[in-house]
Design a protein around this ligand. Structure first.
Ligand SMILES: C[S@@+](CC[C@H](N)C(=O)[O-])C[C@H]1O[C@@H](n2cnc3c(N)ncnc32)[C@H](O)[C@@H]1O
Length: 260
């Protein structure tokens, strides 16, 4: 468990210890020893996160993160989080943004794509340096940052909440990820003419989704584009006659669509 590579075992142990420490029935000595063990395991995790952050700054992030992702894929329910998310959150180390601004009813509140879906998207999309990936409703920027670290594509996160964008930019600066850019804007007003791949983790519904899909449809009249969806918006996108899914339309993972 003290071997840095045994992150999953440490995460399990920390969860167990923290739930036990919640109860009062422990003797002071046992409590003291458990708290010391928690601190020791958390320090090992922090050192691991710092090593991975160093790899990213040195340009070795793609190999390091892909290796971790492959070893921690696990089996989870569609939108649940796991050990890989703990790793990614430790590595990206976002500064918690202040309170969010109020969103319109059709706008979906911030929730990050579970990391295994992001790596699955990265593996299947075969992105090149000619791609511009736009995460529409980027939140804190997990998708934009991980895609930028792991591929040669230019990655752009468009997000309405300025505080989220500030946190995402700070993370990109600290990790020296130069192919990630963040724009604080309503997607309906954004210039999407550079995009080749558009990522949507159901950022909005109803009329807003309709407006954005119509904009993307117009873009697709002059060039081929792809959309990657996760969550309930997949059903809406699957009904667009100008888009064709790559393979089966599963609710359990991201679905890639191409314009036809
Ligand atoms: C479900 S989260 C997805 C976050 C991110 N794409 C990910 O997968 O990790 C939806 C995000 O979309 C943002 N959002 C909602 N409506 C938006 C709009 N019209 N323009 C820009 N961002 C929007 C929300 O603030 C929220 O951060």
């Amino acid at each position: 468990m003290r071997n840095p590579d045994q992150l999953e075992r440490r995460i399990d142990a920390l969860e167990q210890l923290e739930s036990w420490l919640f109860h009062d029935s422990w003797s002071p000595l046992l409590r003291q020893k458990s708290e010391a063990l928690v601190a020791e395991l958390e320090a090992i995790n922090q050192r691991l996160f710092q090593t991975i952050r160093h790899d990213i700054r040195q340009g070795r992030g793609a190999e390091t993160l892909r290796t971790w992702a492959a070893s921690m894929s696990g089996t989870h329910a569609e939108e649940s989080y796991g050990s890989l998310d703990t790793l990614i959150s430790g590595v990206l180390d976002f500064k918690e943004p202040p309170d969010a601004i109020d969103l319109e009813p059709e706008m979906v509140f911030y929730q990050p794509t579970p990391a295994r879906h992001i790596f699955d998207f990265i593996e299947r999309a075969s992105l090149t340096h000619q791609d511009v990936v736009m995460d529409l409703g980027a939140g804190l920027g997990h998708v934009t940052l991980l895609t930028a670290i792991c591929t040669a594509a230019q990655c752009v996160g468009i997000e309405l909440q300025p505080a989220h964008v500030a946190s995402a930019r700070q993370c990109a600066d600290e990790l020296q990820v130069h192919n990630a850019q963040f724009i604080a804007q309503d997607v309906r007003e954004a210039d999407v003419s550079r995009g080749t791949v558009f990522y949507l983790y159901t950022p909005f519904t109803g009329g807003i989704l309709r407006t954005v899909l119509d904009t993307l449809k117009r873009e697709a009249e002059s060039r081929a584009i792809r959309l990657c969806t996760l969550g309930p918006c997949t059903t809406v996108v699957a009904n667009e006659p100008w888009l064709k899914p790559d393979g089966a339309c599963s609710a359990k993972r991201t679905v890639l669509f191409r314009s036809v």
